[in-house]
Each structure stands twice: as C-alpha cells, then as structure tokens.
Design a protein around this ligand. Sequence first.
Ligand SMILES: C[S@@+](CC[C@H](N)C(=O)[O-])C[C@H]1O[C@@H](n2cnc3c(N)ncnc32)[C@H](O)[C@@H]1O
Length: 210
Amino acid sequence: MVRNFLDKIYKSDLALSAPQLYRTWASSYDDELTENKYVTPQRCAEMLKRYFPSTECRVLDLGCGTGLSGEALYKFGFRQIDGLDLSLEMLELAKEKSIYSRLIHDNLNTLSKLDQKYNAIIAAGVISPGHANPETIRVALSFLTCSGVLVFSLNDHALRNASFDEKVKFVLSDSMVEILDEEYGDHIIDINLKAKILAVRKRCDTAFTV
Ligand SMILES: C[S@@+](CC[C@H](N)C(=O)[O-])C[C@H]1O[C@@H](n2cnc3c(N)ncnc32)[C@H](O)[C@@H]1O
C-alpha cells in the first residue's frame, strides 16, 4: 500500500507549502490516490450532474491538479472543461490527459479575475487549510454566470479546523447563494477520511435576500 504522501500531508511536521508539496508529489499522485480510493472527484461530478443532467455547460475545475477531477467530470459526460491550478508540475500531467480545453496556471488565494464566466465550477480537494482559503468560494462565485452552480468539498481536516470552518460559513452567509445540496461521505476510503460535498447556486436577482 503506497502512502508516501498521504501519511504525511495532514501532519504538521510536513512543513511544505502547497507548491512545494505538489511539485514533489505530482508524479506519484494519481497512483497513490487511486490505490487509496480517493472518491471525492466522482462525488463532486455526480452532484454537479444533478443540476446539469444534459451536461451542456462550461465547467471550470478549480485546483484541477493532475486531472483526476477532470476525468471524473468527463466520465459523467461533461465535455467543455477548463482547469486551473497553482502547480505547474500537476498541470503538466493534467495536460497529458487531453480532457481540458484550457489550463490556467494561477493561485486562488491571490486571483481575482478571469477573462470568461462558467456555468459550473467544481473544487475537489482544494478548499482546505494550507491550500485554497475559504475566500475561494467568493472568488469562484464571481467566475460563475447567474444561476451557475459551484460544487466543492471540505474534508474532515477543514471541517474540524474551527476557524477555517467558521470562515467558510461566513463566506456562504455573506454571499448571494442558495444551498442546493450538502452530503457528508467518503473522501479517501482507505485512510478513513471523509468529506462534505456542497452545491450552491449563485443568485443575481436583487430581490433575493437571506
Ligand atoms: C488534493 S489536490 C486535488 C486535485 C484534483 N482536484 C483532484 O481531485 O485530484 C489539491 C490541488 O489544489 C492545488 N492548489 C492548492 N492550493 C491552491 C491554490 N491556492 N490555488 C490553486 N490551486 C491550488 C494543488 O496544486 C493541487 O493540485
């Protein structure tokens, strides 16, 4: 059982920034995650399909990594998929999968604008301590068309981090969104880590108040 990184990633002694971590992990990431049954990409894609059954929509895969989340979207029928990630090494592997129409190299913690809007966005395994911060939800909403849908995961580490979880709740309560779905379930089965998947719809009507 290969757990070179999974054994370390959630421990505080792994003093690597996200770019350093994923530069080192990129080449073995798919094998390690697949072997340990990482199911969040499938869960996110399946939830997105509930709101776009025809799959006719432009999807942005935030923190796409090597493309496991893009592959899950493709498996569920989505064909117009762009990806964004801060790790060039992960993006190079995503490119080899020929799933993405466009790959964007950027950091969600500093990015504020994109040159196009999307009907749907997923962020699988990305909004988490040491990764993309809770403000990513607000940034992602700004990249959505009106009534667009954002699906994202929060793993147990994010949910148990009180200040991180509070910030997520604050951003959601402070944004024009309708919560469509919320499901807690498996994240990486073989290390017994779980995650909540949420789907939220962007509201643009001025009459909407929460
Ligand atoms: C656990 S991986 C998930 C990758 C892919 N979504 C999947 O499900 O396999 C987290 C990814 O988020 C990216 N990431 C972390 N922090 C980020 C940030 N601030 N901006 C953009 N990407 C980030 C990492 O480079 C990495 O590829």
